[in-house]
Design a protein around this ligand. Structure first.
Ligand code: IVH
Length: 677
């Protein structure tokens, strides 16, 4: 090889390198920030691979902000400390409207000397994300450091882990020489559920809440671990910066948006405390619909000049306050720990509590989740415990209050015999679960599975009580028997008549058209919750393809790890599971994806995101969804800047208002039909 060649090669590599960096930055922005990718994942991966190859051959080209650096480097032994250039403050609380008004009054009084009337003070309201506060430092537009909040002054340097979060721009344009960007890292709820599902299936401890899982993930010493967690970030402010004095908080948010940071689209600028209060209540109502957790609303005075005048008291700025949602936790005494058997035979502990009011409801029992969780939390009979109740979910014991523990309290142990069928329990291998090995004969397990199955198939009228009754009367002995029930027999039971029996049979008939993912979920495979079931259904398309798959192939489905993949194969190879599947098949349940559920490539709605709101004149929501998917589109539940169309029917609600606010095109049913071809 002549000496000139490598040089020419180098030049070509450098030029291609530059091109690739530009392209990848563009596609990252389209994908992660605009939510509107232009190329397929495979094409993106090809570009990334090519860049990696060039960097491997020419290490001098690689810089810390390269897209190749997002997937983790060397594990660290501990995190170095970082002093924030400007401290990260905390927030005072307002627990209700009175406290919010009192805060606003203090703000107004302090500002009176500037002749500013209350009406003129503008506020910005933002969701208070329940995650982990982070500060990102950019120098000359390049992210050089990312740190946790720590004590507000000194945090931990978690740069490597933050680089793995694809929504954090590694490079920004038109940046001051130095700027600290502040925001919150969080794990979306669906990913949290999936992560816990996988951890439970792998016998690993589960996370108590999304906040802990985000904090745990960002403080992983091995960036590859952090990279494997789908963390996300909302930004809401800046810290120190050189040569830039924004006039308002809104200006900062706009600046962040323009540089590709995620800023929540529902952040609003408002005049007067009444509007602020309305907005706080609006967030409170929407709380359960979001795909991330919020624990309140942050209210900030918009004008930076006024912020400066108001100043900081201790560690809390006077110009901001956190409206906290009503508490969903309470403390009470744990009177007893009792055990039940789960649908896969696991012994499941639950708490008998001294009755206590939580979120407006009296709670006297709560779940302790499972054996491993009980052990990890170290909850003991007689402890004072924190109980939490949120939305419609079952109340749960969060933790004991160790400081108040009396001497001599003992750890509860799983029972030696199954509490339902009295079969001696076993703890297989080095597993963490004590189980009842009587998988098909234990009425407790059968009942739990039937209950799970009817939930999965959404069979109304087959509630817990009726399920227990049918099992008790011998009308059914497993989930598949539901499809052999006949009206004549049900009718004879006390409390049923011809009409109610027929209604139940129709409900059961109707459930046969539930999509494949629901049936798969209903099988009750350990570790396969609804999220994983959907992923498996999408990936394999039919039960037969899944039954024929090796663990390595199952691992290719989104969100399925190696241990869970093994477990799925093991479970599905059991005679019991095969028989159940065959009986469900004979009953006419859907064991493959319907063509209409598959997204069509190259359809007229390819790459378009559509939101449905209100009731349409002819199409049901499900039919409209199918129509959109068939045309290649994606249906989303909330309106954002990335929404292409909102299809509005009668009583459309806030999504329509949002679409109008953001200038998203609004269609009616006829418009949708036209677009979908
Ligand atoms: S501003 C100027 N905005 O709440 C005050 N904080 O209690 C600095 N948080 O440590 C924070 N969402 O972790 C601000 N939209 C938001 C927030 C937010 C969540 C967290 C943040 C902070 C804590 C303060």
């Amino acid at each position: 090889m002549s000496p000139a060649k490598p040089k020419a090669g180098k030049r070509a590599a450098a030029s291609r390198f530059k091109q690739l960096r530009g392209q990848l930055a563009h596609h990252n922005q389209r994908y992660y920030v605009d939510d509107d990718p232009e190329i397929s994942d495979t094409d993106y991966d090809d570009l990334l691979r090519e860049l990696r190859e060039i960097e491997d051959a020419n290490p001098e080209l690689q810089t810390p902000d390269s897209p190749t650096q997002r997937v983790g480097g060397r594990p660290l032994e501990r995190f170095p400390q970082v002093t924030h250039a400007e401290p990260m403050l905390s927030l005072g609380n307002a627990r209700d409207a009175d406290e919010l008004r009192a805060w606003a009054e203090r703000v107004e009084n302090r500002l009176k000397r500037f002749d500013i009337s209350a009406r003129e003070i503008r506020y910005v309201t933002e969701p208070k994300i329940d995650g982990l506060a982070i500060s990102l430092t950019y120098e000359d537009g390049v992210m050089v450091r990312g740190a946790t909040r720590g004590d507000g002054r000194i945090g931990e340097d978690v740069t490597q882990n933050l680089r793995t979060i694809k929504e954090i721009p590694l490079e920004i344009e038109e940046a001051p020489k130095m700027v600290e960007v502040r925001g919150e890292i969080y794990l979306p709820l669906a990913d949290f559920a999936r992560l816990n599902e996988q951890r439970a299936a792998a016998g690993e401890p589960t996370f108590a809440n999304p906040r802990n899982s985000a904090a745990g993930s960002i403080r992983q010493l091995d960036p590859k671990m952090a990279a494997s967690r789908p963390l996300s970030m909302w930004t809401y402010g800046i810290g120190a910066r050189s040569g830039w004095e924004p006039a308002s908080h809104s200006e900062i948010l706009e600046w962040l948006r323009k540089r590709g940071f995620r800023v929540n689209p529902d952040v609003a600028q408002l005049a007067g405390v009444e509007e602020v209060e309305q907005r706080c209540l609006w967030w409170q109502d929407r709380r359960d619909e979001l795909d991330f957790e919020i624990d309140g609303v942050v209210v900030k005075v918009d004008d930076r000049g006024l912020q400066r005048e108001l100043g900081v008291a201790g560690r809390e700025p006077r110009w901001a306050v956190a409206w906290k949602f009503p508490p969903t936790t309470a403390t009470t005494t744990l009177n007893d720990v009792v055990w039940n058997v789960g649908r896969t035979g696991r012994m499941l502990p639950f708490a008998i509590l001294e009755p206590v009011q939580v979120g407006g409801v009296t709670v006297s029992t709560a779940t302790l989740h499972n054996e491993e969780d009980l052990e990890r939390k170290d909850v003991r009979k007689g402890d004072e415990v924190v109980v939490m109740r949120a939305g419609d979910v079952i109340p749960q014991v969060v933790s004991p209050i160790i400081q108040r523990r009396r001497k001599g309290l003992r750890k509860p142990k799983p029972p030696k015999k199954c509490p339902v069928c009295e079969t001696p329990t076993v703890k297989p291998g080095d597993g963490v679960w004590t189980i009842c090995p009587n998988r098909t004969g234990c009425p407790g397990q059968v009942f739990q599975h039937v209950k799970h199955f009817r939930g999965a198939m959404d069979i109304e009228g087959l509630g817990e009580k009726n399920a227990a009754r049918f099992l008790g009367e011998g009308l059914i002995s497993d989930a598949a028997d539901i499809y052999d029930l006949d009206a004549a027999r049900i009718e004879k039971l006390d409390g049923f008549g011809a009409t109610s029996a027929q209604a139940l049979i129709s409900e059961i008939e109707r459930s046969k058209s539930q999509p494949f993912a629901r049936v798969l979920y209903g099988l009750g495979i350990p570790g396969v919750g609804f999220v994983n079931a959907e992923s498996l259904a999408e990936h394999f398309g039919s039960i037969d393809a899944l039954l024929a798959a090796q663990p390595a192939e199952i691992e290719e489905a989104e969100g399925i790890g190696p241990i869970l993949a093994e477990q799925i194969v093991e479970e599905l190879s059991e005679e019991r599971a095969r028989e159940l599947i065959e009986r469900l098949r004979r009953a006419g349940l859907r064991l493959e994806l319907d063509e209409s559920e598959r997204r069509t490539e190259g359809g007229p709605l390819e790459g378009k995101t559509i939101v449905l709101t209100g009731s349409l004149p002819e199409l049901t929501r499900e039919e409209a969804t199918r129509m959109i998917k068939r045309a290649g589109g994606k249906v989303s539940s909330s309106v954002s800047r990335n929404t292409d169309h909102v299809v509005a029917g009668d009583s459309p609600g806030s999504k329509l208002a949002k679409a109008e606010e953001l200038g998203v095109a609004v269609l009616d049913e006829a418009g949708l039909r036209k677009l979908a071809g």
